[in-house]
Design a binder for this molecule. Structure first.
Ligand SMILES: [Zn+2]
Length: 474
């Protein structure tokens, strides 16, 4: 190990195919992304009670890999899938790191994965135990006799999740399932010791959330080339080769010149020749030299298999079947599915919860909050002259309030509402507004302002600073 040319690299870096052919930042990016793959974290995932566990359903072993891959037996913990890649700018849905995925490949199982989520349920009272109310006629559809849910059941929000008998109050209590995403009940575990006479009061419920690739999910090759799925393109509309091969992934060629990930280009050729000859190629760095280049080695292998020396192929348009003028670089790349998925990140809000103090929308996806519209976004709208949109975002959709202002002295804090009742008409009250600062009664007007502005004026008043707003009739 000490004499090996690669032992100065970390375990993650040693898994990069031919890192000596990449621009160094790309290798660092791959070291980041290698840790974010959906893969095979363990083999007893079925029995695990991990809060969150990602698993790739259909992994494959890379066809082009460094020796370290076998030294650490990574085949037992596969991290990605082999995808047929066409390096072509095809539809416009592959601009700027976007990536088209073959819909048929996805349907056949490419990069399918799931998340296992576990939660622990602890019964509070000492004498409580899990049980289903035997007199209930509806609960048996959801819960077993032991008060716990059936395995394999699709969970729907609001349905009974478990029930227990509360001995203190002598009643059955049913708890509902909270969770908005489609998921299935994977396992139920009662926790405790068998010897104890008291019933078990802790249960671990594990759900399986199917997470097959969808538009917006993240992928990456092992050369720091990440991409977001922008479309699941029908296979019949994708370009095809002379032999009828259709790519799984369409990769935009503009990703190569600036990033200089030569190792990925070598991988395309190596992967293709490996599949052709039934081999697995060595991708350990520093094995090829200027005289004996990787391109030449894999080019010759491709030639022997009846393919083009440069790894290119003639392709036909998937739209009209015409032959394309350009030769297309076409081969196999080991792609990783990364654990950043839209279904964990999407956020949308029309109206929703607000902060009680400032009356501005709350932040945070979980709470149904808003997406921050900050100073830079404000500047962008100002520079575009989009003043109505700016007002809509920062006033109407935010903390718009009706406030009273004294047009005489210009204060927001002065106006007070007086309710007066006359002795002869006890049920008829008269509402009058006056300014407690200047005493004017007929000069109170209503204005629409952001509530935070009134809050600010109030805070300034506490520092003995008065704010005066000049009013004009419009
Ligand atoms: Zn006034």
């Amino acid at each position: 190990m000490e004499l090996s040319k690669t032992s100065f690299l970390s375990s993650l870096a040693q898994l990069i195919p031919m890192p000596d052919c990449n621009q160094s930042p790309r290798n660092m990016y791959q070291c980041q992304m290698g840790k974010q793959t959906m893969g095979t974290p363990c083999h007893n995932w079925d029995l695990q009670s991990e809060t969150k566990l990602y698993r790739l359903q259909t992994p494959g072993t890379p066809l082009f890999r460094p020796v370290h891959h076998d030294n650490v037996s990574l085949d037992d913990f596969a991290m990605g899938t082999n995808a047929i890649v066409a390096v072509i700018s095809y539809t416009g849905y592959d601009m700027e790191d976007a990536m088209i995925i073959n819909k048929a490949s996805e349907e056949r199982g490419m990069a399918h994965g799931s998340i296992y989520k576990s939660e622990f349920i602890e019964l509070e009272h000492a004498s409580s135990y899990f049980a289903r109310d035997p007199n209930s006629k509806t609960l048996n559809k959801y819960l077993d006799e032991d008060g716990l849910p059936f395995i394999g059941r699709q969970m729907i929000e609001g349905e009974p999740l478990y029930s227990y008998y509360n001995s203190d109050k002598s009643e059955y209590v049913v708890s509902k399932f909270k969770g908005k995403e489609v998921c299935f009940l994977h396992s139920v575990k009662l926790c405790g010791t068998l010897s104890s006479k008291s019933p078990n009061k802790v249960a671990c419920i594990t759900y399986r959330v199917p997470r097959n690739p969808s538009v917006g999910d993240k992928f990456a090759s092992r050369a720091g080339q990440k991409g977001i799925c922008s479309q699941k393109w029908p296979a019949e509309d994708l370009p095809f080769t002379e032999t009828g091969l259709v790519p799984d992934i369409v990769f935009n060629p503009h990703g190569f010149p600036s990033r200089m990930t030569i190792a990925m280009m070598i991988e395309i050729m190596a992967g293709k020749s490996a599949a052709l000859h039934g081999l697995v190629h060595d991708a350990t760095p520093f094995r090829f030299t200027e005289e004996d280049t990787a391109i030449d080695y894999f080019g010759r292998l491709l030639e022997q298999g009846g393919y083009n020396y440069y790894g290119t192929e003639t392709m036909y348009s998937g739209i009209d079947g015409r032959e394309m003028t350009a030769q297309i670089f076409f081969g196999i790349v080991h792609y990783q599915r990364l654990r950043h998925m839209v279904s964990d990140k999407w956020q949308v809000r029309s109206t929703g919860p607000i902060n009680t103090l400032t009356r501005q929308p709350l932040k945070g996806r979980k709470r149904g909050g808003g997406v921050r519209f900050g100073e830079m976004e404000r500047d962008a709208l100002i520079s575009h002259g989009a003043s109505f949109l700016l007002q809509d975002r920062m006033l109407h959709c935010s903390d718009e309030t009706t406030a009273f202002i004294c047009t005489s002295c210009g204060t927001l804090l002065g106006p007070v509402t007086l309710v007066t009742r006359k002795a002869d008409k006890p049920h008829h009250s008269e509402v009058t507004e006056t300014c407690r600062l200047c005493g004017h009664g007929n000069k109170i007007a209503e204005i629409q302002i952001p509530y935070i502005f009134k809050f600010f004026v109030t805070q300034l008043a506490s520092c003995n600073i008065n704010v005066r707003i000049e009013c004009k009739d419009v």
